[in-house]
Write a protein that binds this ligand. Sequence first.
Ligand code: HEM
Length: 137
Amino acid sequence: MTHTKNAAFEAVLNSYHRCETAGGLFDTFYDVFFAKSPEIPPKFVQTDMERQKQDVMASVLMALRLAGGDAVARKYVSELAESHSRGRHNIKPELYALWLDALCESIKQHDPQYTPELEQQWREAMRPAIELMMAAY
Ligand code: HEM
């Protein structure tokens, strides 16, 4: 990994931890995400959303670790990809762009040190996990 990549990875992890400390990131996230498409809210009618917010918070950290080359994270995200594929949660690939936009809009609201450059670093860092999940559809 290059120094530039490492610095970006650190910047995103620090942002994640600022959001975690601030709290409420995934309350905002699901409000924003649900408003992105009428296809989205019906998928969560039977979901315990408090539990879901905890799970997704943890899974975002795993997605970031995948970008850092962590093998345990790769296995975890592969299983997540399987659970989101057409035979299970049935999450169409085009919904991931909305998911990532919603995440970035939420980070903008919750990270006091948000910058557009940081948003680009977040998008880069989430890309390997999202690509893996879209490919598994
Ligand atoms: C990188 C992007 C995403 C991550 C990290 C992620 C993470 C997770 C996690 C950790 C779970 C709970 C464990 C599981 O069921 O496997 C979950 C469940 C779920 N996700 Fe995602 N997800 C992502 C994208 C999406 C998208 C784009 C949708 C589209 C609507 C979606 C819809 C769902 C649904 C419907 C469930 C099941 C909820 C339930 O159990 O009732 N996810 N997701």
